[in-house]
Design a protein around this ligand. Sequence first.
Ligand SMILES: *Cc1c(COP(=O)(O)O)cnc(C)c1O
Length: 368
Amino acid sequence: MISFMDLKAQHRPLEDELIEAVSKVIKSCAFVLGPEVAAFESEFAAFSKASHCVASNTGTSALHLALLAAGIGPGDEVITVPHTFVATVSAIRYTGATPVLVDIEPRSFTMDPALVEKAITPKTKAILPVHLYGQMADMDPIVQIAKKHGLFLLEDACQAHGAEYKGKRAGSIGDAAAFSFYPGKNLGACGEGGGTTTNREELAKTMRMLRDWGQDRKYNHLLEGYNYRMDGMQGACLRVKLRHLEEWTEGRRRVADRYKAALGGDARFRLPEELPERRHVWHIYALRVADRDTFMKWMLERGIQTGIHYPTPVHLQPAFKALGYEKGSFPVSEKAAAEVVSLPMFPELTEEDQNKVIAALKEAPGVV
Ligand SMILES: *Cc1c(COP(=O)(O)O)cnc(C)c1O
């Protein structure tokens, strides 16, 4: 079986280093935050070319912290997209604010900047583009709109560690950016993890307090906060893995190049694109197919696992009925949700296995 991703292949060569990192934390008993987390924060901020990183327990908390620190709450509106993982929209809801959705661009699968300004009302406080699949949203026009209307700009960079737009890294453009270190992400902890980067010192300070019960020092609670702290062990493991992230990203890019070289000239395939002046980090390699069920069944019969990211746009999920949207509200997102299928994509995917995937694809029914 060729799996859709293979965490074991990633961890095998790092096992000794990871065990040593965990053992160091056990010996020091710095289980919550502590020096390993602090060191990871500076290393990840440097990696993302941002001034600060505030580590937290999940990517969802990382989003929530940024919105809270920006003062967003009940009565406010935050503009985001329906073609994303539900956490993007849930983080807005956690603050009490209202998510206002706009459709995506069909080529990039990310926020369509042309639709943002029409969605702005006097209640709008923030724009939250998602760098989906590892490719950054079209940030220039989004930054311009945010500036013009005085809106907080938060990047959902949970799938985009190391991605770039016109030479700028994910996490360095917006007022803040949220990353997830869930094990399956491009940089994953040995458990849950998240982090928010920012260039604004005051914002970082507020997020640091909010993630730790609103304290500026022990038992001095300036804000009503949360327990969103990162574990010492996750900080230690993430430091080990961060050292390999660039080489893993290059591995993912090689896999994407091979898919493109083998299938790019064939009109039957609608491959994902790396748009000009962007560095795609290929968290997900999402093809569009006409008959997904038939296609996935065919691949599985040949021992190839595929995935769907995501089968239902957020506005059509039963849990988000209260947002008031209906089928047809976001045609580009709905079409994407119906067509996308994710191929095996991970740095350790061997050329031999990838050739098997490509051979199966070339014969597959349901593609166009
Ligand atoms: C993974 C993910 C999140 C949430 O991160 P967790 O660490 O799972 O809480 C948010 N947004 C997007 C786009 C994601 O892929």
